[in-house]
Design a protein around this ligand. Structure first.
Ligand code: IMP
Ligand code: MG
Length: 187
């Protein structure tokens, strides 16, 4: 089990964050996405698969604005290997509880960075014979040499900065900020 240190710099944890997307801007976008998803799946009962931990706040807000019946499942993954080697190897640390065979699947992601995690997940999920698979991602980072995946429901394109808040962490902190920002002095 990994040891987490409580960081001294967290004394002024909020002061060091520059807001990129305000709470209001995020909530408006979540509402928009939920309306489009509800329309597209109006006669369906999709299974929402959130990728832990980062997506937990996004899925919680999004799902409460949907007007269709949905069920939930969760996966957790961790990338491993040397970061200089783009191996595409992702390890599942928590697998789905349910079979997704012949179901409409909507993957809910917080952020697509290199796209490696999502690329792996799509292949893995497709191999389980769902009826359909689509992606909903709140953030898509502008990174050179990205794995290109079709994101049907996208919140925001953001610059290549390390962001925190609204589920996203830096060393497990900052997830509970209601907005998304970046830490000024580390990037
Ligand atoms: P990818 O496989 O490179 O696309 O990485 C995706 C995962 O890395 C996300 O689901 C996050 O958990 C993490 N990640 C990538 N960029 C950021 C960031 O800016 N802030 C916090 N976590 C990030
Ligand atoms: Mg994630």
């Amino acid at each position: 089990m990994e040891q987490l240190n409580s960081k001294n710099e967290l004394k002024n944890w909020k002061e060091s964050i520059k807001v990129l997307l305000s709470e209001q801007v995020i909530q408006e976008k979540v509402k928009e996405l939920a309306a489009i998803i509800s329309k597209d799946y109006s006669d369906k009962n999709p299974i929402l698969i959130a990728v832990l931990k980062g997506s937990f706040i996004f899925i919680a807000d999004l799902c409460r604005k949907l007007t269709i019946p949905v069920i939930f499942d969760f996966m957790a993954v961790s990338s491993y290997g040397d970061s200089m080697v783009s191996s595409g190897v992702v390890r599942i640390t928590k697998d789905l509880d349910y079979s997704i065979e012949n179901r409409d699947v909507l993957i809910i992601e917080d952020i697509i960075d290199s796209g490696r995690t999502l690329n792996y997940l799509i292949k893995n999920i497709k191999s389980r014979n769902p009826k359909s698979v689509e992606i909903c991602a709140l953030l898509d980072k502008d990174v050179p040499g990205k794995f290109k995946n079709k994101i049907k429901y996208k919140g925001f394109d953001i610059p290549n900065k390390f962001v925190v808040g609204y589920g996203l962490d830096y060393a497990e902190n900052y997830r509970n900020l209601p907005y998304i920002g970046y830490i000024e002095n580390i990037i």
